[in-house]
Design a protein around this ligand. Structure first.
Ligand code: AMP
Length: 290
């Protein structure tokens, strides 16, 4: 692309200085937190943010605290210049790319831990992950104090954790969930898709197919437990190296619904492994009509 890049700030001080200037002029502010390696899913969040507020800030920070021991923190793709270009093209107003030392200065000792919604699902597979997410998102929401903050439904449990902490800590940002952006074959876009080799990439869309079939089964009046069992079997037979979980959960509380046909909106959530890549995805299922 040609032309100038959007402004990039690396410190809380500079972030706040820029945001105050905008606020003094009466502008509302949207924050879109990311870990960079931006793809069309992230850009869909920026577009939504532009409809929701006058000015849009995207944060790009690969948060070490949300990666477990043996996870992919070192390998995680870092593409800051390309990210800045994509944000500029999308009409984002500011990129906030703090260093780890800025976010976690020496002596940093505070953890935000959300009970309940952070337990089970990805919380069971990734101990400490949601503490890391909750801590960094709390910091970002306090640093930027945005009017709205946009998060993708792709990370559905994360969105629930963030909604909870925002209420519990009286943070003023309105939290908005954005629909999942998918490749034409249904695979949810993810920075981690870059890890997939050609063979794995060809198998990956099966995850979304099984989730979509499961949602149809529930909406057709299937009982929760048998439908879940069938979906787990379908995933296991789909060539994934491991099925971490497949669960039907209440869309708001993330609690398991009672067995029998669903009577309110649920979410079908799953995580699988394909080689060294962990894929997560989820779909909504509406109760049968009438
Ligand atoms: P990440 O950079 O993976 O931490 O993601 C940053 C934000 O983008 C999170 O709120 C994600 O839920 C969201 N996101 C990532 N992938 C997608 C996608 N395919 N569709 C919608 N939102 C997404």
């Amino acid at each position: 692309m040609s032309g100038n890049l959007l402004p990039i700030v690396q410190s809380v001080l500079r972030l706040r200085a820029q945001l105050s200037t905008w606020r003094e002029r009466g502008a509302t502010i949207a924050l879109v937190p990311t870990m960079g390696a931006l793809h069309d899913g992230h850009i869909s969040l920026i577009r939504l943010a532009k409809v929701q507020a006058d000015r849009v800030v995207a944060s790009v920070f690969v948060n070490p605290r949300q990666f477990g021991v043996g996870e992919d923190f070192d390998a995680y793709p870092r593409t800051e210049l390309a990210d800045a270009q994509r944000l500029t093209e999308a009409g984002c107003d500011l990129m906030y790319a703090p260093t780890a030392a800025e976010m976690y200065p020496d002596g940093f000792s505070t953890t935000v831990s959300v009970r309940g919604v952070s337990e089970g699902l990805c919380g069971a597979e990734r101990p400490g992950h949601f503490d890391g997410v909750a801590t960094v998102v709390s910091k970002l929401l306090i640093q930027a104090a945005p009017d709205v903050a946009i998060f993708g439904e792709k990370d559905y449990q994360q969105l629930a954790v963030i909604r909870r902490l925002t209420r519990d800590l009286d943070l003023s940002a309105k939290i908005i969930g954005a629909p999942i952006a998918r490749a034409p074959d249904g695979l949810a876009l993810s920075s981690r898709n870059a890890y997939l080799d050609a063979n794995e990439r060809a198998r990956a869309p099966r995850l979304h197919q099984v989730l979509a079939e499961t949602a149809l089964g529930l909406t057709a009046g299937g009982s929760v437990r048998p439908v879940e069992q069938a979906a787990r079997a379908a995933l296991a037979a789909s060539g994934f190296d491991q099925v971490d979980y497949l669960e039907v959960r209440n869309a708001d509380t993330l609690q398991p619904p009672p067995d029998g046909p669903i009577t309110r909106t649920v979410r079908v959530l799953a995580a699988v492994r394909l080689g060294r890549t962990r894929l997560i995805d989820n779909v909504a299922a509406e109760p049968p009509r009438g």
